[in-house]
Design a protein around this ligand. Structure first.
Ligand SMILES: C=C(O[C@@H]1C=C(C(=O)O)C=C[C@H]1O)C(=O)O
Length: 338
């Protein structure tokens, strides 16, 4: 099995074919999906924030090996970035002020604003970086994903969107970010409550809804507030309905959803692409979807880190910039070069 995995992987790399390499939370196995066969039973989707596109990988047989057996990629040629997309500090502060004004003059309660931070690619080693993310974020869903059209993405998401096993569904309400030494204020508590309320209201057809939290959780360089939510459903159709209703949650979009989304698309000034969308798989025994956060696109010359934060009527622009700087470390500080 091990040799077959390595052989297949080296072959797709050499031919620059699409691939998806991932490690599920709390696992030390890595899975490889190559999108070779059309199969309705095992599907892995990457869904864009704005719903305009999704990419589906499907496979007959999932190849798995222990992550420490994964060998390095010899050479993988990456494309150069075609445009600069990073926003300046001044322009970001202006965008946050505009968002705060929107929240104070309309009925919109929360808007999640984001940006790209570009750093130089100093020779990122993809497999060493993947293993580094695995070691540092055991509870995250870690992936490395390539297609010719979308380029190379890497991510370590801490945010479960939806899990289903034996018709029990689970999700989380994750929001509020502070450096580890700081105490939660009413701003973060309210910001996270908005997400919890939204999720619970979208589980209306499910039974036995339970909410546990909020709890303080360690996200590496900072803390978040998180509540655990679970419910029972009658069939898989209901799971799909819930997934479509939940995305995008106020953790990555805002509240009310449509107003927040319109504001984001009109004002953010760049294309989020797959950031703040979702990814995950549906297999006969289990489905697991995560929000695509703490991710980056790797080009030959630069690495584009996607970072954002929830804006509330009492947000401070400078603090919001600092929060995105902190979030950029999740991937940015764990890149391993040769
Ligand atoms: C938007 C991001 O994170 C989301 C926003 C958070 C916040 O505003 O505090 C916290 C966790 C995530 O739900 C991101 O990491 O880019």
């Amino acid at each position: 099995m091990q040799n077959k995995f390595q052989e297949k992987f080296q072959e797709v790399i050499a031919n620059q074919q699409s691939f998806l390499l991932f490690r599920q939370p709390n696992s030390s196995e890595v899975e490889l999906w190559l999108d070779e066969e059309k199969n309705d039973e095992n599907q892995f989707v990457f869904h864009r924030f704005d719903d305009s596109e999704h990419i589906i990988f499907s496979t007959d047989k999932v190849e798995r090996i222990a992550i420490n057996e994964l060998v390095n990629i010899e050479s993988f040629s990456l494309e150069q970035s075609s445009k600069k997309e990073a926003i300046s500090y001044e322009n970001y502060l202006e965008l946050i002020s505009k968002t705060v004004e929107e929240l104070n003059t309309t009925s919109t309660e929360k808007i999640v604003i984001s940006r790209i931070k570009e750093i130089e690619n100093e020779g990122v080693n993809l497999i060493k970086t993947f293993k580094n993310l695995h070691q540092n974020y055991p509870k995250a869903f870690v992936y490395l994903w390539f297609t010719k059209e979308n380029g190379l993405w890497i991510g370590a998401s801490p945010e479960l969107l939806l899990e289903e096993e034996n018709l029990t569904v689970k999700t989380v309400s994750l929001a509020g970010t502070l450096p580890k030494e700081e105490e939660w204020t009413s701003k973060e508590i309210h910001e996270q409550q908005v997400v919890t309320d939204y999720i619970v209201s979208n589980l209306q057809d499910a039974k036995s809804i339970s909410v546990n939290g909020p709890h303080t959780v360690d996200a590496g360089f900072f803390n978040h507030l998180k509540s655990y939510i679970s419910a029972e459903v009658d069939d898989y159709e209901q799971v799909n309905k819930i997934l479509n209703r939940l995305h995008p949650t106020p953790a990555v979009c805002g509240m009310p959803k449509q107003e927040a989304k319109n504001f984001i698309l009109a004002n953010e000034g760049y294309d989020r692409k797959y950031y703040a969308g979702y990814f995950g798989f549906k297999m006969p025994e289990k489905s697991l979807y995560f929000v695509n956060l703490r991710c980056a696109q790797i080009f030959s010359d630069v690495v584009k880190l996607y970072v954002g934060g929830g804006i509330m009527p009492d947000s401070n622009s400078e603090k919001e910039w600092q929060e995105t700087e902190l979030k950029s470390k999740t991937i940015g500080n764990l890149l391993v070069t040769d």
